[in-house]
Design a protein. Sequence first.
Length: 255
Amino acid sequence: MLDKLQAISDRMEAIVSQMEDPATYGDPDLLRRLTREQKEINRSRKQEAEQHRLEKLEGYWQDSCHPDDPKAREIIKLSYGNAPEICRFLEAHPKPEALALLSVLTSKDYRDIQAALLEEHLAYGKKVRDFSLRTYLDGAKNADELFLQYVWNPRIRFEEITPYRSYLTNALSEGQKEEFRKDPERVWSWIQETVGYEEPRTYHPVISSPAGVHQTCQGSLLSRKTLFVAICRTLGIPARLNPVTYEAECYKEHT
């Protein structure tokens, strides 16, 4: 291996020396030879790097936990270097609900999210499950799936997943919680009255965390919509950002 690398290095030095020679500088034949050399070197380096990457990924899988459930195994494989966090969460919460919570996240979330953050969303979702199913989803088709997707789901849209449920549970007064649960549209009215909005100066507006928007009373339009969904889900109200229009929506009247 060292001999191969040394040979490549020697060849590159020879080519560079030729290029610095005034007699050959700008020679198109030399440039074509240099391009072929570079392509070959790059191809070899890419192959070695890819092999190293695959071996490293396989090592993550070999060193992680190996649950019996095939869905859990697939999620752990997709989590790569974050596998210990996913394993920690699944081992602490072996019931199907923990795996269900993971199932609604993206593959990128598996590589980033921490066990403690998953545990918060799991715990706070449990607290409002019965109320949500009874009040908003009673009689709805696939009520459990609707609850999982639009209440329990930690992911709203493009934002960084944060522990917003514990913050909002403590930040909202009991009077606000009761008012919002009776009429979820009041959540948006309150946000419009309370949170300032400025037109973004960039093409892609920054999406602030729900807690950050609530604390600063300032946020982009998408940040305010994200706060709306976060408040609704914290209170057990099924809500989402429309995947096409990004409009904030809450589920009501079994529609």
